[in-house]
Write a protein that binds this ligand. Structure first.
Ligand code: CP
Length: 354
């Protein structure tokens, strides 16, 4: 055939978008989309192995490796568990917080990152109030960067520890995951979805292991658009109707620091969406209750539910150490500086980096 004619007949198709260069470093974890389902499964299994490992053996895995924790926002669970996890593997850690460092004098994220690298940091765990900050830091330093929460965007290790907690309750004895592991399970996420990096990372992760994600909240905190975030994600505005369908209930804090002028009547919110003992007993008496913390007792959740038998809130905290050990091992034992394994980008190709 005449090549010119075949070129004319070729169907018009949008060429695929060029692959994102991120992550530059195969040890980075910027988004849950950096992990295939197999990669998630491997991390879950390593978390269990490392948790059960003899502490003396474990202490050699990252012996004397240097890890910097760079925190621009306050944190209790994430910071402490990353530090304990890194130390449990033998690493040396240092904390740089925005309130007690030269960040206060105006030093940029890039210069702070380059400074930490010059001081010998081999990986940086970053929490930042700006969405996308972890990508910027990785581009500047080319070190493994672990996103410990970036603005309203992602919190990948929280989603991993949430998944571990859900599996322990709903799939006891299952150590890894596949695309159908949570088939038939509805995980409800309630409240301030709009500002929640925890919700976003869970929405990007849970459907890939078979779960249905049911979002619940008022329009101000849960725009209709959220239902189009990806497959397996739906909205149910009626809290009690949603509860009755759910095997796991993830409550979220109202993020007062991110409301920025948004008018929200907190009494109305409690009437509509507070998880009380009565609601739980009537509509979801067997569901596991999750919350990434910090919890505000008497606001999104009552003290009775937070401390009750269905609550797995403190198990989530404990799981943070095991998951973060696996993540830090991956960060520093992946080929340093090697370009990202393209096979680890399946999720991104399927869903795009959010
Ligand atoms: N879940 C969570 O990120 O808690 P902290 O803000 O205390 O780290």
């Amino acid at each position: 055939m005449n090549p010119a004619a075949s070129a004319i007949r070729r169907p018009l198709a949008t060429p695929p978008a060029p692959a994102s260069p991120f992550p530059y470093n195969s040890g980075s974890l910027l988004s849950v989309l950096d992990l295939t389902v197999d990669g998630v499964s491997h991390l879950l299994r390593r978390a269990t192995d490392l948790e059960n490992e003899d502490p003396i053996v474990r202490d050699h895995i990252l012996a004397k490796r240097r890890i910097a924790l760079l925190f621009y926002e306050s944190s209790t669970r994430t910071r402490t568990s990353f530090e304990l996890a890194s130390k449990a593997l033998g690493a040396d850690t240092t904390l740089v917080s925005s309130l007690s460092s030269s960040i206060e004098k105006g030093e940029s994220l890039k210069d702070t990152g380059l400074t930490l690298r010059a001081l010998g940091a081999e990986a940086i765990i970053l929490r930042h109030n700006a969405s996308g900050a972890a990508w910027l830091l990785e581009e500047a330093t080319r070190l493994p960067v672990i996103n410990a929460g970036d603005g309203m965007h992602e919190h990948p290790t929280q989603a991993l520890l949430d998944l571990r907690t859900i599996l322990q309750h709903l799939r006891p004895g299952v150590s890894g995951v596949g695309p159908e592991t949570l088939a038939g399970v509805t995980v409800m996420i309630v409240g301030d979805i709009l500002h929640s990096r925890v919700a976003r990372s869970n929405m990007l992760l849970l459907p890939r292991v078979g779960a249905r994600v049911l979002l619940c909240g008022p329009k101000e905190l849960l725009p209709e658009l959220a239902a189009r975030s990806g497959p397996g994600i739906e909205i149910e505005r009626d809290f009690e109707v949603a509860l009755a369908q759910s095997q796991a209930v993830m409550m979220l804090r109202i993020q007062a620091e991110r409301l920025a002028g948004l008018q929200l009547d907190l009494d109305d919110y409690k009437t509509g969406y507070q998880l009380t003992g009565q609601r739980l007993a009537e509509h979801a008496p067997k569901a596991v209750v999750l919350h990434p913390g910090p919890i505000i007792r008497g606001m999104e959740i009552t003290a009775g539910v937070a401390d009750g038998v269905q609550s797995a809130i403190l198990e989530q905290v404990t799981n943070g150490v095991a998951i973060r050990m696996a993540v830090m091992e991956r960060a520093l034992t992946a080929e340093s500086g090697a370009p990202a394994d393209r096979s680890s980008s399946v999720g991104r190709e399927n869903g795009g980096r959010a």
